[in-house]
Design a protein around this ligand. Sequence first.
Ligand code: JCQ
Length: 235
Amino acid sequence: MRIDVLTLFPEFFRGVLETSLLGKSISRGLVEVVLHQIRDYATDRHRTVDDTPYGGGHGMVMKAEPIVRAIEAVAPAGARRILLSPRGDLFTQKRARELAALDSGFVLVCGRYEGVDERVDAFVDAQLCVGDYVLSGGEAAAAVIIDAVVRLVPGVVGNVGSLAEESFSEGLLEYPQYTRPETFRGLPVPEVLLSGNHAEIARWRRQRTLWYASRPTASTKSAWFRPYYPGSRPK
Ligand code: JCQ
């Protein structure tokens, strides 16, 4: 899988690409992430990438020309072109699966400053948003997408979780997990997990997955003050 990233801050990605699962996938040759400096595609002597907004207002807007020239220069044939933007369509696990299945890979375009000239939209296939907040640039959003997609590339993670389990939890382990010790600061591990009764354990985990999926913090309620509820059903 090949992923191209267009950015004014390629150094943002160095740590992300070297670390852990992603670093290993790259060194194993399963994934190739190619960073491109948008400024290299500016056409004037000062390598200008931004300008003041038409109609007035504060801040700067990224010019269309360097971005579009960069896309046209680096995008492999057939690669999906994606602009990260707080106004994009929401990036979901479903979209992660779609991107992981693309043979020709994809291009992530990171905007900065107060925005990107709207006409760039005509040169991308989609605008994607990773959440309902504004970032100072698309780089952190691109890192989120790369992380979520790469772990779905065949061979990257020990893709061992049974299909039944995957379809049940949408591939997420949503039931609570415990490891040693059996009691931590007075909090015990649920007894069923120590029982060795695998049918009972599977039943308990299915039930807890449903509880967690319906818990208040799974929707839009404030999650700052929440109960610890290993034993009783959340309200
Ligand atoms: C992505 N959720 C938030 C910020 C303008 C394309 O124009 C802009 C892009 C950004 C960076 O992306 C985000 C974002 N998903 O802020 C401003």
